[in-house]
Design a protein around this ligand. Structure first.
Ligand code: URA
Length: 257
């Protein structure tokens, strides 16, 4: 996870195995800016700070900033240094932070999140819908996008014509496109008698799904991203709606690191 982010915030970090970083609870609460370190120590002494429902007894106890459920006087305190947002991207918006002439997905977020400098992790085409993660955690974004990390992205594509076993084999072998672009082996699972399919990529080259299927003579008529690694689009999110990732989803993403 993002050691740089912690370092930039002047925090000490302790590693506790598989991508988990622990920090002193007095520092964590102090870093929210709501209390001084001295005030936090006093709150702890008075028994007003709890972690997972149990009182924190000493300021030097450590917790995972991403997942610790800390409360002060029974009120939850969010200590995560980063924000992670799952968005159901609708068609018609650019996957960019800003654009001089066209609306971007950032316009779907409230002003306080826009101010935090969130950016989309990877790009979906303007007409592609589905799962888009937005964050201010640059290291995590890098991990999700790096082909070396083998993070599968799964798309539902509808096509003209019908995909068949020859297409499955061609994608599995790794296609070379007209311009010489060499694609990593990709998964293809025909659905609805070949009129639709699931495409699984480990990389995210420009228009990749559309270009691969067009090269097979099955142009894409609509494209929708269902998942990215362990993160699946929440079916309860309507197009244009967003929510924060749950602690469990954040933990699963950090396992990629
Ligand atoms: N592949 C495409 O062709 N377009 C997308 O938006 C994503 C993957």
């Amino acid at each position: 996870m993002n050691m740089r982010g912690f370092a930039a915030a002047g925090r000490s970090v302790h590693t506790a195995g598989e991508g988990v970083h622990l920090e002193r609870i007095d520092k964590l609460l102090g870093s929210t800016g709501r209390w001084s370190r001295r005030e936090v120590k006093e709150l702890i002494r008075q028994g007003r700070v709890q972690r997972g429902g149990a009182p924190v007894l000493r300021p030097e106890e450590k917790a995972d900033p991403e997942t610790a459920s800390l409360t002060v006087d029974g009120q939850a305190v969010d200590c995560s240094p980063f924000v992670y947002v799952m968005l159901h991207k609708p068609a018609g918006l650019l996957s960019a932070r800003s654009d001089s002439s066209q609306p971007t997905v950032l316009e779907l977020l409230p002003p306080e999140l826009k101010r935090r400098g969130l950016f989309p992790v990877g790009r979906l085409d303007k007409d592609t819908t589905g799962l888009l993660l937005l964050t201010d955690d640059g290291d995590l974004a890098h991990q999700l996008l790096s082909p070396k990390k083998h993070v599968d992205k799964v798309y539902l594509a509808r096509v003209e014509g019908r995909v068949d076993q020859s297409d499955v084999q061609a994608l599995a072998a790794g296609m070379v496109l007209e311009d010489g672009l060499r694609c990593l082996p990709a998964g293809l699972e025909p659905l609805e008698e070949g009129r639709a399919c699931l495409v699984t990529l480990r990389e995210g080259k420009y228009h990749q799904v559309k270009r691969m299927l067009a090269a097979r003579g099955k142009p894409v008529t609509s494209l929708h991203r269902l998942s990215m690694g362990p993160l699946a689009l929440d079916e309860a999110l309507k197009p244009g709606k967003w929510r924060f990732l749950t602690p469990r989803e954040r933990v699963e993403l950090r396992r990629l690191g």
